[in-house]
Design a protein around this ligand. Sequence first.
Ligand code: SF4
Length: 240
Amino acid sequence: MTLVPVTIRGIVFLVGEITLVIIIGLFVLSLVLVWISIISINTGRLFFPRFVKAGMVFVEGFAKALFRLFGLEDSEVLTFFIALHNSMNKQSFAEIPPEERAIFFPQCLRSSRCPANLSPEGISCRSCGACSIGYWRKVLSAMGYRVFIVPGSSFIKRMVRAYRPRAIIGVGCLSEVKDGLEMSDKMGLVSMGVVTQKDGCVETSVDWEKVMDVATLGVDPAKIPREAGDAPFFSSPSQE
Ligand code: SF4
């Protein structure tokens, strides 16, 4: 008669113990991953990137809380994860020819006097010279890239479905790049992110040297237009 309640109680205890072991395990794993991440952030070098990226999938919530506990700003953590993502994808990205890549710029990089119109393919840059996009759009197109200026959040998905690039570069603010990289992972794309230097809705800026460092990965130097080397690496629309 007492066998059934005892067995149920035993199962409940067992489940409780297993849950506790899992929680402690996840907590310890989070501590290790956060510790490695903080060392990487402080030294500027990525340690055990594969382990950190794979582990974070399981303990993202714990890890975020621990990062806050250790006084790290969300922006530092996001920057670290984008660097981690780029480092993991660098080799695969370099193996894909530029003709099978696309690059997406945020519209906030444009000049406030931009005369470009909106089209189904995004903002149609006229290379008017009021911002640096016009110059670099030509350089990147000559290398084989599909170049887009993004007018809205669903645009990238639509262009990826239409043109089926195998690799993409996303330029944007921290949160845009993070979201874009996550979306690319889900879509099976090899993606790289470049974060803008200044957030905002208009006349933001990007370090073009960083953009080109990524864009030229694995590209035959003979395919890189002379203009890429000649250009000053200006970072603000007003500096062109
Ligand atoms: S160069 Fe810049 S400002 Fe001029 S049309 Fe292109 S995006 Fe607009």
